[in-house]
Design a protein around this ligand. Structure first.
Ligand code: AKG
Ligand code: FE2
Length: 197
């Protein structure tokens, strides 16, 4: 319950930073699905030859994670060390879909808080002596909702970049695929001829 409160505060700040109607954001997530995954990584004698969690972006809107991971930045894997008393927040695929990729638009890029927003591709490694436990809390809009660019962010001059589909269908499709970086996001994109892939 406490993590959910934190999530709603983060979402309302995100809405503000994106000039999105905060009620639209609140309506999407207040009754949404919150789920938690605990990942246990036992020590591994040959950590260089094993992977804890293969590279992926989270399929949800965003994730609040306890413990560190590695993110792909400019093609390189960079460790994000856990800070004492702090969480790591990952932007997931749904958030990129919902906000219509506004974060990549030049106008918003001027906003220094938005500049770093993009879906995080991450992975988890293992180590040779210590076991590791992470706790990830995932946020989604509710299962009856539709996934697609936020209505307050698209218009005649801002055409949608992602297609719309029922969220249940989105998850069925996601879980029938192998984790493969950000490939599912590409699948969600509308091609330049206006057709969904
Ligand atoms: O265990 C970790 O640090 C990362 C876990 C993760 O990426 C996930 O559960 O989606
Ligand atoms: Fe993840």
């Amino acid at each position: 319950m406490e993590v959910k409160k934190l999530a709603m505060t983060i979402l309302s700040q995100m809405a503000k930073a994106l000039n999105m109607e905060s009620e639209e954001m609140r309506a999407l997530f207040s009754e949404g699905v919150q789920s938690m995954r605990m990942n246990y990584y036992p020590p591994c004698l040959e950590p260089d030859r094993a992977m804890g969690f293969t590279p992926h972006s989270d399929a949800d809107a965003f994730t609040i994670l306890y413990d560190g991971l590695q993110i792909r930045k400019n093609g390189k894997w960079v460790p994000v060390a856990p800070l004492h008393n702090a969480f790591v927040v990952n932007i997931g695929d749904i958030m990129e879909g919902d906000i219509n990729r506004i974060v990549r638009r030049p106008k918003v890029k001027e906003n220094k808080h938005c500049e770093q927003w993009s879906v995080s591709e991450h992975r988890a490694t293992v180590n040779s002596t210590k076991e590791r436990l992470s706790i990830a809390t995932f946020y989604n809009s509710d299962l009856d909702s539709e996934l697609g660019p936020a209505r307050s962010l698209v218009g005649p001059n801002k055409p949608p970049i992602f297609r719309r589909l029922p969220i249940e269908k989105y998850f069925k499709e996601f879980f029938s695929r192998k984790l493969n970086g950000k490939s599912y996001l590409d699948f969600m994109k509308i091609q330049s001829n206006g057709e969904a892939k």
